[in-house]
Design a protein around this ligand. Structure first.
Ligand SMILES: Nc1nc2c(c(=O)[nH]1)N[C@H]1C(S)=C(S)[C@@H](COP(=O)(O)OP(=O)(O)OC[C@H]3O[C@@H](n4cnc5c(=O)[nH]c(N)nc54)[C@H](O)[C@@H]3O)O[C@H]1N2
Ligand SMILES: Nc1nc2c(c(=O)[nH]1)N[C@H]1C(S)=C(S)[C@@H](COP(=O)(O)OP(=O)(O)OC[C@H]3O[C@@H](n4cnc5c(=O)[nH]c(N)nc54)[C@H](O)[C@@H]3O)O[C@H]1N2
Ligand SMILES: [Mo]
Length: 786
């Protein structure tokens, strides 16, 4: 491991830094990508594969190189030549592996054999596929109540697998189908239907080409969806302003050098991405947007008085919206003083943002985890919609709302039934197709699944991908509770911590990755996904499977279902596995509005879009209109926050580095933030450091500042000065997850509030030489013995 280094990164995002980073990862993973061949197929529909990293839309026609630095890393990660087979497991007990870092676990490479944990040896041992399925089926059939089982999905599985998985769970008798979205964009799924009657983005790539202004809240484009930088570059070249709200100056939101443009690379030309950068306080977005709205109302008053064209889109508001009056009254009632205090921005910054907004005719509101992962996550999003509605920026070309989704098919999984909510299930159609009644009670979401695991209600967990126990809050409560589960089954590509924190009976079922060729009885199979813009397309793997023994995800889900359920004369799981187009026929029957003629339309150049009423100004809301929703508070702590500040409490946001995909740590270089060789850091404002008597390089323990009788602590973390608003600090996810109380989540959506954890600091070592900084907090579970 390299010695830790802390050095601000001067270059733009993209550029040579990106090119070198891609080269490094290809060399390290000894991946066939090194030949470059695989990457040329990346994000090329029909005959190529969809990137396994983010869900950002893929343009049609595709560029020759339709991948980014992080997409290349994700492909290389999946196509590594390292293998984690029976030999590895023969050498290491699970207890020993529990002390390994996330990085070292996944670095072992692709899983090659189905494995069963042996309690006597404390090792995972190879097992035959048919035996594994039979044993798991026996366990599931022996459960007293189907609701004792949780069927979790991480957002990567294709539409076909996801549809089969939800059908399996529902036929088994439960709606317990939590997914990664419950930790991510569930705030979107609650907020948008109330506001505009659709649960997802209203924007397509065509709108990105036509927009004349982008307002960016809490989304780190340079790391989380770098391909979008191409659309942002084009928008900037058209002269469209980009106004950003983010507590820290993320490099991808500042400047970009297109690594695929020979001229830009040769000349080092940098494109300014954000024309206006507002370092809003963590959790200050409602206040910031309220400030913008207040200014818009004031500008509209002036325009009206002067007989000039109105600033508000009064025709749109009149015809298409509901609730302006209450909203306007509330916004006007806020004083600039309180808006400044809550947002951390100056009045003039908010006013300027409003004036830029008012000058644009077609605006897109873009957002990510900086809005969703807050206690007021749902209201954050509804406030952004309010702002858009004031000027009719919904349902017209070049305008709309753009939640940038995370996992590459997380949006699509919801579309085909991965949801715990009974009301979202096409129960009538399922009954017609398969002659069974889907369960009518809601199942558990992610937080409720955790509660059920802690209380002992949940007895078994089947994970279709993901690293659940590492991704969820409250690590120190969850890990011991997890061990009390009767059965844990993980369908996975690589070894992760959730395999090691396991139930009494535990199985790892290794699957093909999406980049790999999937041959079944009728030949090579395609699969489909839906991206952040609701575009559905077909793909196929092109790489040789990592091991001969791997099964595809549909084959594994089908075998589990067959081993568990009574045979159903209307559902031939084997025929589905032999020919995935039959699964797509079934999807089309369940969801005809979206998926009619699925097998044909998936091959259309550019794919097809799901219909979205809001983008045609048809509002499937209770009022039949787009709704202004009035915030009742600017921050969840309106009443207590000043007090907390006095007591030295900081708001911690947990961040992704540029060298990770969720719990997968590719390496220890967060280049854009200038942090190298370690993830055991806390990024702090210098004035807060002084206030806490801390110097750069001091080591601290972070302790959650809530009063519920539970002690939560992570460390040691190196104090690292950073350009971040006072009262705010940053640390890395997942290392900081032990700090998040399970009950600390967004109201109504229950998305863990991973971006505003109140913490206190305790100094443990005064300035140490940086060579002593650990690469990660002391143990994977986060609590450091000091
Ligand atoms: N390379 C890479 N790509 C990924 C992922 C990955 O881990 N690595 N993960 C994927 C997944 S599942 C998801 S959900 C997405 C996540 O992608 P993003 O939505 O970008 O999520 P984060 O990186 O967690 O944080 C987003 C930003 O929110 C800012 N922020 C924090 N608090 C606030 C706040 O109160 N207000 C505002 N305005 N901003 C705030 C942070 O500074 C950060 O820049 O990315 C996907 N793509
Ligand atoms: N503190 C904090 N916590 C967070 C977040 C945060 O910002 N802060 N973000 C949240 C968000 S947005 C999300 S989406 C969740 C992520 O939670 P998850 O989706 O559960 O976690 P991942 O890290 O994406 O899962 C990685 C594992 O997936 C498996 N895998 C990879 N590819 C495949 C495949 O093709 N098929 C199968 N079957 N398995 C595969 C590998 O074994 C790998 O180890 O974490 C959440 N937790
Ligand atoms: Mo996510």
């Amino acid at each position: 491991m390299n010695k830790p280094r802390f050095k601000p990164y001067k270059s733009a995002s993209g550029g040579w830094g990106s090119a070198f980073s891609v080269a490094n990862i290809l060399i390290r993973e000894k991946s066939p990508v090194g030949s470059g061949l695989l990457l040329l197929k990346q994000n090329k529909p029909i005959e190529g594969f969809a990137c396994v990293s983010c869900a950002w839309a893929k343009p049609h026609p595709a560029r020759p190189f339709e991948f980014c630095e992080n997409g290349a890393k994700a492909t290389a990660w999946e196509n590594t030549s390292n293998r984690c087979g029976p030999d590895f497991f023969a050498q290491h007990t699970v207890t020993e592996l529990l002390n390994w870092r996330d990085y070292d676990l996944e670095q072992q490479g692709r899983l090659t054999h189905p494995l069963r944990w042996n309690a006597e040896t404390d090792k995972y041992e190879p097992i035959r596929w048919d035996v594994a399925f039979r044993e798991i089926g026996d366990e599931l059939r022996a459960m007293a109540d189907p609701n004792d089982v949780v069927f979790y999905t991480s957002g990567r599985a294709a539409l076909e697998t996801s549809y089969m998985f939800q059908l399996f769970a529902r036929m088994y008798g439960t709606n317990n189908l939590p997914d990664s979205s419950n930790m991510c964009h569930e705030s979107t799924s609650i907020a948008l239907p109330e506001s505009i009657g659709v649960p997802v983005a209203t924007v397509t790539l065509n709108d990105m080409e036509k927009t004349d202004g982008l307002f960016f809240f809490g989304q780190n484009v340079g790391t989380s969806s770098p391909r979008m930088l191409h659309q942002l570059e084009e928008a900037r070249q058209r002269g469209a302003p980009i106004v950003t709200f983010n507590p820290i100056r993320e490099r991808g939101l500042e400047k970009f050098t297109n690594p695929q443009s020979p001229t830009e690379m040769a000349t080092g030309k940098e494109i300014t991405i954000s024309t206006h950068y507002n370092q809003v306080a963590i959790g200050g977005d409602i206040a910031a947007m309220a400030g913008m709205c207040k200014k818009l109302f004031e500008m509209d008053d002036q325009a009206r008085a002067a007989g000039k064209p109105r600033v508000l889109d009064v025709d749109f508001i009149e015809q298409h919206t509901h609730g302006l009056e209450a909203f306007e009254a509330k916004i006007r009632s806020y004083t600039w003083e309180e808006l400044e205090r809550r947002s951390g921005l100056t009045r003039s910054a908010m006013e300027l943002a409003a004036m830029v907004y008012a000058r644009c005719e077609r605006v897109i509101g873009v957002y990510g985890m900086g809005l969703t992962q807050h206690r007021q996550g749902v209201m954050n999003i509804q406030m952004l919609v309010n702002l858009l509605l004031l000027r009719g920026n919904m349902g017209k070309e070049g305008a709309g709302i753009l939640p940038v989704r995370g996992h590459s098919n997380v949006q699509g999984q919801r579309t085909v039934g991965i949801t715990e909510k009974a009301s979202h299930v096409p129960a009538e159609n399922l009954k017609k197709q398969f002659g069974f009644q889907a369960p009518q009670d809601d199942g558990v979401n992610t937080v409720e699944a955790c509660e059920g695991i802690v209380s002992g209600k949940v007895k078994a967990f089947i994970g279709l991908g993901g690293n659940f126990v590492r991704a969820v809050p409250e690590t120190l409560l969850m890990e011991p509770a997890w061990r009390r589960l009767r059965l844990t089954v993980q369908i996975s590509t690589k070894l992760n911590r959730n395999h090691l924190v396991h139930g009494e009976k535990s199985y790892i079922l290794p699957c093909l990755g999406r980049t790999e060729i999937d041959v079944q009885a009728t030949g090579e199979q395609r699969h489909t996904t839906e991206d952040s813009t609701g575009c559905i397309r077909a793909w196929r793997g092109v790489a040789k499977p990592a091991a001969p023994n791997l099964l595809s995800e549909p084959a594994i889900v089908a075998a589990l279902a067959k081993a568990t359920l009574e045979p159903n004369p209307r559902l031939d799981w084997d025929a589905w596995v032999a020919d995935y187009s039959l699964i797509r026929d079934a999807i089309a029957e369940s969801y005809p509005d979206i998926f009619h003629d699925f097998n044909v339309r998936m091959l259309e150049p550019g794919g097809f879009h799901r219909p979205l009423g809001a983008s045609e100004r048809k509002w499937a809301t209770e009022t039949g209109k787009a709704n202004f929703i009035t915030p009742d508070k600017l921050t969840p702590d309106d009443d207590i926050e000043p007090d907390l500040k006095k007591q030295g409490v900081l708001q911690l946001m947990t961040l992704r580095s540029n060298d990770q995909f969720n719990t997968t740590v590719y390496g220890y270089s967060d280049r854009f933030r200038g942090v190298y060789g370690t993830r055991a850091v806390i990024l702090m404002n210098r004035r807060d450091m002084a206030r806490h008597g801390l110097a750069e390089g001091d080591m601290i323990q972070a302790i959650t500042a809530v009063d519920d009788g539970v002690h939560r602590e992570v460390g040691p973390l190196r104090v690292t000065p950073y350009d971040i608003p006072e009262g705010c600090c940053g640390g890395y996810y997942p290392e900081c997850n032990p700090l998040i109380p399970l009950w600390h989540y967004a109201e109504r959506s229950k998305v863990p509030a991973a971006k505003s954890i109140p913490i206190r600091l305790r100094k443990v070592i005064a300035v140490v030489k940086d060579r002593n900084v650990p690469s990660e907090p002391a143990s994977p579970a986060g609590v450091g013995a000091v």
